[in-house]
Design a protein around this ligand. Structure first.
Ligand SMILES: [Zn+2]
Ligand SMILES: [Zn+2]
Length: 434
Protein backbone atom coordinates (compact mmCIF):
# COMPACT_ATOMS: atom_id res chain seq x y z
CA UNK A 1 0.00 0.00 0.00
CA UNK A 2 2.78 2.37 1.02
CA UNK A 3 4.66 1.49 -2.15
CA UNK A 4 1.54 2.24 -4.21
CA UNK A 5 1.20 5.66 -2.54
CA UNK A 6 4.84 6.51 -3.30
CA UNK A 7 4.32 5.59 -6.94
CA UNK A 8 1.08 7.57 -7.10
CA UNK A 9 2.95 10.56 -5.68
CA UNK A 10 5.74 10.13 -8.21
CA UNK A 11 3.29 10.09 -11.09
CA UNK A 12 1.58 13.20 -9.74
CA UNK A 13 4.96 14.94 -9.74
CA UNK A 14 5.49 13.70 -13.22
CA UNK A 15 2.17 15.05 -14.51
CA UNK A 16 2.83 18.39 -12.80
CA UNK A 17 6.25 18.62 -14.41
CA UNK A 18 4.76 17.77 -17.80
CA UNK A 19 2.20 20.57 -17.41
CA UNK A 20 5.00 22.89 -16.35
CA UNK A 21 7.04 22.00 -19.42
CA UNK A 22 4.08 22.65 -21.68
CA UNK A 23 3.61 26.09 -20.08
CA UNK A 24 7.33 26.84 -20.43
CA UNK A 25 7.26 25.76 -24.07
CA UNK A 26 4.22 27.87 -24.90
CA UNK A 27 5.87 30.91 -23.37
CA UNK A 28 9.07 30.23 -25.31
CA UNK A 29 11.22 29.48 -22.23
CA UNK A 30 13.12 26.20 -22.12
CA UNK A 31 15.22 26.96 -19.07
CA UNK A 32 14.05 24.00 -16.98
CA UNK A 33 13.73 21.36 -19.67
CA UNK A 34 16.63 19.27 -18.53
CA UNK A 35 15.62 19.10 -14.90
CA UNK A 36 12.03 18.28 -15.83
CA UNK A 37 13.03 15.56 -18.26
CA UNK A 38 15.25 14.10 -15.63
CA UNK A 39 12.40 14.22 -13.16
CA UNK A 40 10.16 12.46 -15.67
CA UNK A 41 12.79 9.79 -16.24
CA UNK A 42 13.21 9.02 -12.56
CA UNK A 43 9.47 9.15 -11.92
CA UNK A 44 8.98 5.88 -13.78
CA UNK A 45 8.41 3.37 -10.93
CA UNK A 46 11.57 1.35 -10.29
CA UNK A 47 10.11 -2.14 -10.76
CA UNK A 48 12.07 -4.62 -12.89
CA UNK A 49 9.59 -4.42 -15.78
CA UNK A 50 10.06 -0.66 -15.91
CA UNK A 51 13.80 -0.88 -16.49
CA UNK A 52 13.02 -1.66 -20.12
CA UNK A 53 10.63 1.35 -20.18
CA UNK A 54 13.41 3.60 -18.89
CA UNK A 55 15.90 2.25 -21.41
CA UNK A 56 13.38 2.50 -24.24
CA UNK A 57 12.67 6.10 -23.21
CA UNK A 58 16.39 6.84 -23.23
CA UNK A 59 17.17 5.24 -26.58
CA UNK A 60 14.08 6.13 -28.57
CA UNK A 61 15.02 9.78 -28.24
CA UNK A 62 18.71 9.21 -28.87
CA UNK A 63 18.01 8.91 -32.61
CA UNK A 64 16.31 12.28 -32.66
CA UNK A 65 18.03 14.87 -34.84
CA UNK A 66 17.39 17.50 -32.19
CA UNK A 67 18.73 17.53 -28.66
CA UNK A 68 17.44 14.85 -26.34
CA UNK A 69 16.16 17.08 -23.57
CA UNK A 70 14.35 19.21 -26.10
CA UNK A 71 12.90 16.21 -27.91
CA UNK A 72 11.84 14.60 -24.65
CA UNK A 73 10.31 17.79 -23.28
CA UNK A 74 8.62 18.45 -26.60
CA UNK A 75 7.12 14.99 -26.72
CA UNK A 76 5.98 15.16 -23.10
CA UNK A 77 4.51 18.60 -23.67
CA UNK A 78 2.53 17.38 -26.67
CA UNK A 79 1.10 14.48 -24.64
CA UNK A 80 0.22 16.80 -21.80
CA UNK A 81 -1.35 19.33 -24.16
CA UNK A 82 -3.64 16.64 -25.54
CA UNK A 83 -4.96 15.77 -22.10
CA UNK A 84 -4.79 18.93 -20.05
CA UNK A 85 -5.04 21.94 -22.33
CA UNK A 86 -8.13 23.32 -23.96
CA UNK A 87 -8.27 23.62 -27.74
CA UNK A 88 -7.96 27.40 -27.53
CA UNK A 89 -4.82 27.13 -25.39
CA UNK A 90 -3.34 24.58 -27.78
CA UNK A 91 -3.93 26.74 -30.86
CA UNK A 92 -2.41 29.73 -29.03
CA UNK A 93 0.67 27.60 -28.22
CA UNK A 94 1.03 26.51 -31.86
CA UNK A 95 0.78 30.14 -33.04
CA UNK A 96 3.51 31.22 -30.66
CA UNK A 97 5.76 28.32 -31.68
CA UNK A 98 5.32 29.24 -35.37
CA UNK A 99 6.21 32.83 -34.58
CA UNK A 100 9.37 31.67 -32.76
CA UNK A 101 10.35 29.44 -35.68
CA UNK A 102 9.84 32.29 -38.14
CA UNK A 103 12.04 34.52 -35.98
CA UNK A 104 14.77 31.85 -35.81
CA UNK A 105 14.87 30.84 -39.50
CA UNK A 106 16.05 34.15 -40.99
CA UNK A 107 18.82 34.22 -38.37
CA UNK A 108 20.12 30.89 -39.57
CA UNK A 109 19.83 31.79 -43.22
CA UNK A 110 21.63 35.05 -42.53
CA UNK A 111 24.55 32.92 -41.28
CA UNK A 112 24.73 31.19 -44.65
CA UNK A 113 25.42 34.43 -46.41
CA UNK A 114 28.14 35.94 -44.30
CA UNK A 115 30.93 34.91 -46.63
CA UNK A 116 32.76 32.65 -44.18
CA UNK A 117 32.15 29.22 -45.68
CA UNK A 118 28.46 29.57 -44.85
CA UNK A 119 28.81 27.96 -41.49
CA UNK A 120 29.03 30.47 -38.68
CA UNK A 121 26.30 30.22 -36.08
CA UNK A 122 25.69 33.43 -34.14
CA UNK A 123 27.29 31.95 -31.02
CA UNK A 124 29.85 29.69 -32.76
CA UNK A 125 33.54 30.27 -32.06
CA UNK A 126 34.96 32.04 -35.06
CA UNK A 127 38.29 30.25 -34.75
CA UNK A 128 37.11 26.99 -36.35
CA UNK A 129 35.84 28.57 -39.58
CA UNK A 130 37.89 28.49 -42.79
CA UNK A 131 39.89 31.68 -43.36
CA UNK A 132 39.67 32.63 -47.03
CA UNK A 133 42.11 35.51 -46.58
CA UNK A 134 45.13 33.32 -45.78
CA UNK A 135 47.72 33.00 -48.55
CA UNK A 136 50.60 30.54 -48.54
CA UNK A 137 54.11 32.02 -48.74
CA UNK A 138 55.52 32.29 -52.24
CA UNK A 139 58.75 30.55 -53.26
CA UNK A 140 60.10 27.11 -52.40
CA UNK A 141 58.59 25.31 -49.40
CA UNK A 142 60.86 24.84 -46.36
CA UNK A 143 62.41 21.36 -46.18
CA UNK A 144 60.83 18.92 -43.72
CA UNK A 145 62.94 18.38 -40.60
CA UNK A 146 62.48 14.81 -39.38
CA UNK A 147 62.13 14.31 -35.61
CA UNK A 148 63.91 10.97 -35.27
CA UNK A 149 62.80 10.47 -31.68
CA UNK A 150 59.16 10.46 -32.79
CA UNK A 151 59.92 8.17 -35.73
CA UNK A 152 61.50 5.67 -33.33
CA UNK A 153 58.66 5.93 -30.78
CA UNK A 154 55.97 5.45 -33.46
CA UNK A 155 57.85 2.47 -34.91
CA UNK A 156 58.23 0.80 -31.52
CA UNK A 157 54.59 1.49 -30.67
CA UNK A 158 53.30 -0.06 -33.90
CA UNK A 159 55.64 -3.05 -33.55
CA UNK A 160 54.28 -3.56 -30.00
CA UNK A 161 50.70 -3.28 -31.30
CA UNK A 162 51.42 -5.84 -34.04
CA UNK A 163 52.74 -8.21 -31.37
CA UNK A 164 49.54 -7.46 -29.37
CA UNK A 165 47.47 -8.74 -32.33
CA UNK A 166 49.22 -12.12 -32.02
CA UNK A 167 48.37 -12.21 -28.31
CA UNK A 168 44.63 -11.60 -28.88
CA UNK A 169 43.77 -15.36 -29.13
CA UNK A 170 45.43 -15.98 -25.75
CA UNK A 171 43.52 -13.17 -24.00
CA UNK A 172 40.44 -14.08 -21.96
CA UNK A 173 36.99 -12.95 -23.25
CA UNK A 174 36.76 -10.51 -20.32
CA UNK A 175 40.08 -8.94 -21.30
CA UNK A 176 38.84 -8.51 -24.87
CA UNK A 177 35.62 -6.95 -23.61
CA UNK A 178 37.66 -4.65 -21.37
CA UNK A 179 39.83 -3.68 -24.37
CA UNK A 180 36.71 -2.69 -26.33
CA UNK A 181 35.47 -0.66 -23.35
CA UNK A 182 38.84 1.11 -23.05
CA UNK A 183 38.76 1.76 -26.82
CA UNK A 184 35.32 3.39 -26.54
CA UNK A 185 36.18 5.46 -23.45
CA UNK A 186 39.42 6.78 -24.93
CA UNK A 187 37.75 7.42 -28.31
CA UNK A 188 35.01 9.42 -26.55
CA UNK A 189 37.72 11.43 -24.78
CA UNK A 190 38.82 12.56 -28.23
CA UNK A 191 35.52 12.77 -30.16
CA UNK A 192 33.05 13.99 -27.51
CA UNK A 193 35.78 15.74 -25.48
CA UNK A 194 38.74 17.29 -27.29
CA UNK A 195 36.87 17.54 -30.61
CA UNK A 196 33.19 18.39 -30.22
CA UNK A 197 33.32 19.99 -26.77
CA UNK A 198 36.68 21.74 -26.49
CA UNK A 199 37.66 22.41 -30.13
CA UNK A 200 34.23 23.41 -31.46
CA UNK A 201 32.20 24.25 -28.35
CA UNK A 202 29.27 22.50 -30.03
CA UNK A 203 27.60 21.76 -26.68
CA UNK A 204 28.09 22.61 -23.02
CA UNK A 205 29.21 20.05 -20.44
CA UNK A 206 28.86 20.03 -16.65
CA UNK A 207 31.93 19.71 -14.43
CA UNK A 208 31.51 15.93 -13.76
CA UNK A 209 31.23 15.26 -17.50
CA UNK A 210 34.26 17.46 -18.27
CA UNK A 211 36.27 15.59 -15.63
CA UNK A 212 35.24 12.25 -17.17
CA UNK A 213 36.11 13.47 -20.68
CA UNK A 214 39.42 14.90 -19.45
CA UNK A 215 40.37 11.54 -17.91
CA UNK A 216 39.15 9.70 -21.03
CA UNK A 217 41.26 12.07 -23.13
CA UNK A 218 44.37 11.15 -21.11
CA UNK A 219 43.51 7.51 -21.81
CA UNK A 220 43.72 8.32 -25.55
CA UNK A 221 47.18 9.99 -25.15
CA UNK A 222 46.99 12.26 -28.23
CA UNK A 223 48.56 15.41 -26.72
CA UNK A 224 46.73 17.27 -24.00
CA UNK A 225 43.31 18.82 -24.64
CA UNK A 226 44.66 22.37 -24.99
CA UNK A 227 47.21 21.40 -27.64
CA UNK A 228 44.76 19.07 -29.44
CA UNK A 229 42.02 21.72 -29.60
CA UNK A 230 44.46 24.44 -30.72
CA UNK A 231 45.84 22.25 -33.54
CA UNK A 232 42.32 21.26 -34.54
CA UNK A 233 41.08 24.85 -34.76
CA UNK A 234 44.12 25.65 -36.92
CA UNK A 235 43.22 22.61 -39.06
CA UNK A 236 39.70 23.93 -39.69
CA UNK A 237 40.75 27.53 -40.16
CA UNK A 238 43.58 26.80 -42.64
CA UNK A 239 42.46 23.42 -43.99
CA UNK A 240 44.58 22.03 -46.85
CA UNK A 241 47.17 24.82 -46.71
CA UNK A 242 50.69 25.15 -45.27
CA UNK A 243 49.16 26.33 -41.99
CA UNK A 244 47.16 23.09 -41.60
CA UNK A 245 49.08 20.81 -39.15
CA UNK A 246 48.12 17.67 -41.12
CA UNK A 247 47.68 19.17 -44.57
CA UNK A 248 46.19 16.33 -46.68
CA UNK A 249 47.55 17.93 -49.88
CA UNK A 250 50.95 16.57 -48.76
CA UNK A 251 49.65 13.00 -49.16
CA UNK A 252 48.06 10.21 -47.14
CA UNK A 253 51.15 9.34 -45.09
CA UNK A 254 51.78 12.93 -44.01
CA UNK A 255 48.11 13.55 -43.09
CA UNK A 256 47.88 10.24 -41.24
CA UNK A 257 51.06 9.97 -39.16
CA UNK A 258 53.89 11.78 -40.98
CA UNK A 259 52.94 15.17 -39.55
CA UNK A 260 53.91 13.88 -36.09
CA UNK A 261 57.35 12.84 -37.35
CA UNK A 262 58.50 16.21 -38.72
CA UNK A 263 58.82 19.73 -37.35
CA UNK A 264 55.70 21.83 -37.85
CA UNK A 265 55.59 24.20 -40.83
CA UNK A 266 56.37 27.76 -39.58
CA UNK A 267 52.84 28.89 -40.60
CA UNK A 268 51.26 26.24 -38.35
CA UNK A 269 53.18 27.61 -35.38
CA UNK A 270 52.52 31.24 -36.26
CA UNK A 271 48.78 30.79 -36.87
CA UNK A 272 48.41 28.59 -33.79
CA UNK A 273 49.92 31.35 -31.62
CA UNK A 274 47.47 33.93 -32.99
CA UNK A 275 44.33 31.89 -32.29
CA UNK A 276 41.83 33.03 -29.69
CA UNK A 277 42.02 30.33 -27.00
CA UNK A 278 40.74 32.14 -23.92
CA UNK A 279 37.90 29.64 -23.48
CA UNK A 280 40.44 26.82 -23.14
CA UNK A 281 42.71 28.84 -20.86
CA UNK A 282 39.81 29.57 -18.53
CA UNK A 283 38.64 25.95 -18.37
CA UNK A 284 40.02 24.49 -15.13
CA UNK A 285 39.70 20.88 -16.31
CA UNK A 286 41.70 21.63 -19.48
CA UNK A 287 44.42 23.41 -17.53
CA UNK A 288 44.56 20.73 -14.80
CA UNK A 289 44.91 17.99 -17.41
CA UNK A 290 47.66 19.99 -19.16
CA UNK A 291 49.55 20.50 -15.89
CA UNK A 292 49.43 16.83 -14.88
CA UNK A 293 49.41 15.37 -18.38
CA UNK A 294 52.27 12.89 -18.05
CA UNK A 295 51.12 11.23 -14.79
CA UNK A 296 47.53 11.20 -16.06
CA UNK A 297 48.61 9.40 -19.24
CA UNK A 298 50.65 6.85 -17.28
CA UNK A 299 47.64 6.20 -15.07
CA UNK A 300 44.81 6.28 -17.63
CA UNK A 301 46.45 5.04 -20.84
CA UNK A 302 48.70 2.31 -19.43
CA UNK A 303 48.32 1.52 -15.71
CA UNK A 304 44.50 1.19 -15.47
CA UNK A 305 43.97 -0.68 -18.79
CA UNK A 306 46.76 -3.07 -17.80
CA UNK A 307 46.10 -3.58 -14.08
CA UNK A 308 42.29 -4.05 -14.11
CA UNK A 309 42.35 -7.39 -16.05
CA UNK A 310 45.34 -8.58 -14.04
CA UNK A 311 43.82 -7.70 -10.65
CA UNK A 312 40.14 -8.52 -11.25
CA UNK A 313 40.21 -11.71 -13.30
CA UNK A 314 43.81 -12.87 -13.23
CA UNK A 315 44.90 -12.00 -16.76
CA UNK A 316 48.66 -12.20 -17.27
CA UNK A 317 50.38 -8.81 -17.03
CA UNK A 318 52.09 -9.50 -20.36
CA UNK A 319 48.78 -9.88 -22.27
CA UNK A 320 47.18 -7.07 -20.25
CA UNK A 321 49.99 -4.72 -21.28
CA UNK A 322 50.03 -5.59 -24.99
CA UNK A 323 46.27 -5.94 -25.68
CA UNK A 324 44.08 -3.48 -23.67
CA UNK A 325 46.94 -0.99 -23.23
CA UNK A 326 49.25 -0.93 -26.27
CA UNK A 327 47.08 -2.44 -29.03
CA UNK A 328 43.97 -0.54 -27.94
CA UNK A 329 45.94 2.73 -27.74
CA UNK A 330 47.39 2.24 -31.23
CA UNK A 331 43.96 1.43 -32.69
CA UNK A 332 42.43 4.61 -31.24
CA UNK A 333 45.36 6.63 -32.60
CA UNK A 334 44.90 5.22 -36.10
CA UNK A 335 41.12 5.62 -36.00
CA UNK A 336 41.60 9.31 -35.18
CA UNK A 337 44.31 9.76 -37.83
CA UNK A 338 42.01 8.24 -40.47
CA UNK A 339 39.79 11.32 -40.06
CA UNK A 340 42.75 13.51 -41.08
CA UNK A 341 43.90 11.24 -43.93
CA UNK A 342 41.18 8.99 -45.44
CA UNK A 343 38.27 11.36 -44.71
CA UNK A 344 40.18 14.14 -46.49
CA UNK A 345 40.87 12.03 -49.58
CA UNK A 346 38.20 9.41 -50.29
CA UNK A 347 34.41 9.80 -50.32
CA UNK A 348 31.73 12.09 -51.71
CA UNK A 349 31.07 15.77 -51.03
CA UNK A 350 27.30 16.35 -50.88
CA UNK A 351 27.54 19.59 -48.88
CA UNK A 352 30.54 21.42 -50.34
CA UNK A 353 32.46 20.21 -53.37
CA UNK A 354 34.92 23.09 -53.09
CA UNK A 355 36.63 21.63 -49.99
CA UNK A 356 38.64 18.41 -49.63
CA UNK A 357 36.99 16.74 -46.58
CA UNK A 358 34.62 13.94 -47.56
CA UNK A 359 31.92 11.60 -46.25
CA UNK A 360 33.65 8.28 -45.53
CA UNK A 361 31.63 5.43 -43.99
CA UNK A 362 34.63 3.36 -42.95
CA UNK A 363 36.06 6.30 -41.01
CA UNK A 364 32.62 7.01 -39.53
CA UNK A 365 32.53 3.46 -38.18
CA UNK A 366 36.11 3.32 -36.88
CA UNK A 367 36.14 6.80 -35.38
CA UNK A 368 32.70 6.39 -33.73
CA UNK A 369 30.92 9.00 -35.84
CA UNK A 370 33.63 11.36 -37.13
CA UNK A 371 33.65 10.31 -40.78
CA UNK A 372 30.87 12.63 -41.98
CA UNK A 373 33.71 14.99 -42.66
CA UNK A 374 32.36 17.02 -45.58
CA UNK A 375 29.37 17.90 -43.40
CA UNK A 376 31.60 18.61 -40.42
CA UNK A 377 33.91 21.05 -42.24
CA UNK A 378 30.85 22.74 -43.77
CA UNK A 379 29.04 23.07 -40.43
CA UNK A 380 31.76 22.70 -37.74
CA UNK A 381 29.55 23.90 -34.91
CA UNK A 382 26.98 21.06 -35.26
CA UNK A 383 27.35 18.80 -32.21
CA UNK A 384 26.26 15.70 -34.17
CA UNK A 385 28.80 16.24 -37.02
CA UNK A 386 26.17 14.84 -39.38
CA UNK A 387 22.57 15.20 -40.47
CA UNK A 388 21.65 11.75 -39.26
CA UNK A 389 21.68 11.92 -35.47
CA UNK A 390 22.91 8.63 -34.00
CA UNK A 391 23.30 6.73 -37.27
CA UNK A 392 26.78 5.14 -37.07
CA UNK A 393 27.50 7.90 -34.59
CA UNK A 394 28.15 6.62 -31.09
CA UNK A 395 29.56 9.99 -30.05
CA UNK A 396 26.27 11.72 -30.83
CA UNK A 397 24.40 9.00 -28.88
CA UNK A 398 26.73 9.62 -25.95
CA UNK A 399 26.19 13.41 -26.01
CA UNK A 400 22.42 12.90 -26.34
CA UNK A 401 22.46 10.59 -23.33
CA UNK A 402 24.48 13.12 -21.32
CA UNK A 403 21.98 15.84 -22.27
CA UNK A 404 19.18 13.55 -21.19
CA UNK A 405 20.78 12.96 -17.81
CA UNK A 406 21.35 16.68 -17.35
CA UNK A 407 25.14 16.43 -17.60
CA UNK A 408 25.31 18.31 -20.91
CA UNK A 409 23.20 21.01 -22.51
CA UNK A 410 22.76 23.42 -25.44
CA UNK A 411 23.84 21.12 -28.27
CA UNK A 412 24.05 23.22 -31.43
CA UNK A 413 22.33 21.98 -34.57
CA UNK A 414 21.95 23.07 -38.18
CA UNK A 415 18.41 23.47 -39.53
CA UNK A 416 17.29 21.13 -42.33
CA UNK A 417 16.48 24.17 -44.49
CA UNK A 418 19.99 25.53 -44.16
CA UNK A 419 21.51 22.14 -45.01
CA UNK A 420 19.28 21.82 -48.10
CA UNK A 421 20.12 25.36 -49.25
CA UNK A 422 23.83 24.72 -48.80
CA UNK A 423 23.67 21.39 -50.67
CA UNK A 424 21.95 23.01 -53.63
CA UNK A 425 24.45 25.86 -53.66
CA UNK A 426 27.75 24.03 -53.19
CA UNK A 427 27.12 20.23 -53.03
CA UNK A 428 28.35 17.73 -55.65
CA UNK A 429 24.85 16.24 -56.06
CA UNK A 430 25.81 12.84 -54.59
CA UNK A 431 23.70 10.98 -52.01
CA UNK A 432 24.21 12.20 -48.46
CA UNK A 433 24.85 9.01 -46.53
CA UNK A 434 28.49 8.81 -47.65
ZN1 LIG B 1 36.50 19.41 -36.21
ZN1 LIG C 1 39.36 17.65 -41.16
Amino acid sequence: MASFQIHAWKWKCCVRSVRYVSRQQSSGSCAHEEQLCRLFFFCIPPQPENISTRLAFLFCFSSSPTSLPFAAAHSIAQTAAATTMTEAEASETTKKKKQQQQQQQPQQHKCDGNGSNGSVAPEAPIEDVFDHTYREREGPKPASVIVWKNVLLMSVLHAGAAYGVFLVPSASPLTLLWSVLCFLISALGVTAGAHRLWSHRSYKASLPLRIFLGAANSMAFQNDIFEWARDHRVHHKYSETDADPHNAVRGFFFAHIGWLMVRKHPDVIEKGRKLELSDLLSDKVVMFQRKYYKPSVLLMCFFIPMSVPWYLWGESLWVAYFVPALLRYTLVLNATWLVNSAAHMWGNRPYDKTINPRENKFVTFSAIGEGYHNYHHTFPYDYATSEFGCKLNLTTCFIDSMCFLGLARDPKRVSKELVQARMQRTGDGSPRSG
